[in-house]
Design a binder for this molecule. Structure first.
Ligand code: IDC
Length: 344
């Protein structure tokens, strides 16, 4: 056949297909690959809150097992926000959720950096959200209030930030929003609530269903106080408890028990197995007690942090220079404990 008639035949074929309305399937190789082993997010889809639990699109309970980044505003944090690192911790550690901790006031945080810095932080979040989506993992975007003490301090900036990220990720079913990491100082529950309602209203403009996690007073320890007066009028709201097992023991567990008895939906979006400074000796006995209690409540938990910073609460040893593909010998004692615990 001459070239001209070949071209004619091809055109005729395209015309016939179009007239007949036959769709030529586009084969997305990546989608086929991931569909063959349905990922965690593909299996569970949009999460919601039912009673005290997180449930999936079928109404079945889901346990989030997470790892938090260190601050993505720090060079000990952002290098680990990459697809290969997430894949390593998903496949080798049993992690199904990552938390992207973005400090607000501390070192180059979102509210104290310049426009270029904010752009960079948003890009890191974007890398993290997209990597998680591709790997079928849930991702928590964390507005990491710490030295600013009260979320009221940068409330306006928070409203702007959540507008930006929520409009960007409104179609994503794997994103959860943590709107204030650890209110502290003399921040009262009423301050947090007043802030939370404003942020929730912004988020709900874009995301009708996404889970929104609200921090509680005293570095997110006082879930018992939140339980006395939860936020009304909105669904899929959770409250966070944080613990560092060498510091926070029975007294803090009691707060969780009280909140649970009052049917408050609680998630542990940050914990460590050392003391609250992120350093000092490990207390795995206390950590195991916490895990046991949280498991009995079907709670999710997220460990701080995926970093090689020389501090006890890092999951990687300081001499580990890899940013993915971590081996067992690269892990700190907490790292090894985490793998053992999460893989159970
Ligand atoms: C710590 C980091 C540390 C950093 C410090 C900044 O581990 O490297 O220098 O923040 O202030 C929290 C906070 C979390 C802390 C962590 C350990 O949410 O930001 O990270 N911690 O101190 N609450 C209790 C403990």
């Amino acid at each position: 056949m001459k070239r001209k008639s070949k071209l004619f035949m091809l055109l005729a074929l395209v015309l016939i297909i179009n007239i007949a309305g036959v769709e030529i399937p586009y084969i997305d190789k990546e989608a086929v690959k991931s569909a063959s082993a349905a990922s965690f997010v593909q299996k569970h889809g949009q999460l919601s809150v039912k009673g005290t639990n997180i449930v999936d699109k079928h109404g079945k309970k889901v346990i989030l097992k997470g790892v938090s980044s260190h601050g993505i505003n720090w060079d000990v944090g952002f290098p680990y926000v990459n697809e290969k690192a997430f894949k390593t911790i998903r496949d080798n550690w049993g992690v199904n959720t990552v938390r992207l901790a973005m400090y607000t006031q501390d070192y180059n945080g979102y509210c104290v950096t310049d426009a270029a810095g904010r752009k960079k932080l948003l890009e890191i979040i974007d890398t993290g959200v997209k990597a998680a989506k591709k790997l079928g993992m849930y991702v928590i975007i964390d507005w990491h209030v710490l030295n600013d003490k009260t979320p009221k301090k940068y409330e306006k900036k928070a409203l702007g930030f959540f507008k930006t990220v929520c409009s960007k990720y409104k179609k994503y079913d794997n994103v959860l929003y943590e709107i204030c990491n650890e209110p502290n100082g003399d921040t009262k529950w009423s301050d947090i609530k007043s802030y939370a309602v404003k942020v929730i209203k912004v988020i709900r403009k874009y995301n009708k269903k996404s889970i929104i996690i609200v921090g509680t007073p005293t570095w997110s320890q006082d879930v018992d106080i939140a339980a006395k007066s939860p936020i009304k009028g909105y669904s899929n709201i959770m409250y966070s408890i944080h613990f560092y097992s060498a510091t926070h023991k029975d007294w803090n567990m009691k707060k969780l028990k009280t909140a649970h008895a009052k049917k408050l939906p609680v998630i542990c979006t940050e914990f460590g197995t050392c003391d609250a400074s992120g350093n000092g000796a490990y207390d795995f006995k206390s950590a195991n007690k916490w895990i046991k209690l949280m498991k009995s409540y079907n709670m999710g938990y997220v460990c701080w942090s995926l970093s090689n910073k020389a501090e006890s609460t890092s999951l990687l040893k300081p001499n580990c220079k890899k940013t993915f593909g971590f081996k067992s010998s690269d892990l700190t004692e907490q790292g090894k404990w985490l793998v053992k615990t999460y893989k159970k």
